[in-house]
Design a protein around this ligand. Sequence first.
Ligand code: GUN
Length: 290
Amino acid sequence: MTARLIDGNALARQTRAELAPRVAALAARGQQPALAVILVGDDPASQVYVKHKVADCEGVGMRSILDRLPADLPEAALLARIEALNADPAVHGILVQLPLPAHIDANKVIATIAPGKDVDGFHLANAGALMVGQRGFRPCTPYGCMRMLQAAGVEPRGRHAVVVGRSNIVGKPMAMLLLQANATVTICHSATPDLAAFTRQADILVAAVGRRNTITADMVKPGAAVIDVGMNRNEAGRLCGDVDFDAVREVAGWITPVPGGVGPMTRAMLLVNTLEAAEAAAAHAAPAAG
Ligand code: GUN
């Protein structure tokens, strides 16, 4: 049986459609949600990502502020720019596109973003909140993956979820979200011996490695939900994930394509986080009467 496709484009479209009236309601009160996106340098992939993020904001009626800064920008100047955005009540979300040039300490940059505006969910306060199950911004990619599982009707409770990859942006927060949803979670990584022995146990398999064909059909349990976070190029230059899609779709129960899977949902969840930041700011600025 061929796996059912979890369509990230369709789900992202639906997510944006649900946001638009909430954005309009804030805008009508003079509190249009606003996202500041900072790009340092001219990494071509980052330029594309940033362009999409700005266009997405416009698509749902949010304001975006794009700061393109030179690759040789001193770290102190970047931190000062973030401080200014922290202090600006008309800005609700701040995103600094990663990777940053080598002379800039990304940890320092992330620590400078006000946690309430950290719509990437990378600040230690948000990472810690996720760890202990408190409210906070969730990193957009794993948050989007959880939405995709939910949309597919895949309930993590009681299932074995295997996450391949342990990055701070995807693997670790993904594992925490699955754990919070009562899955039994295994995290595999580059030092895991016999990866296939783990992935074959997965009812939910998340591949976030960054190397194509990492997950082949023989590594997948029949009927599993396979979420492909990879963003790679094949030898023909075409975008592909970490999963051998054509073969794995004959084994899995659900599968996300690349492109058209996790990518669009990551972008949609950035809008969700930004809207929530704006709604929280509005509630703080003007508590409901009575
Ligand atoms: N670079 C690659 N993915 C991301 C992301 O989710 N957020 C930011 N800020 N930079 C990235």
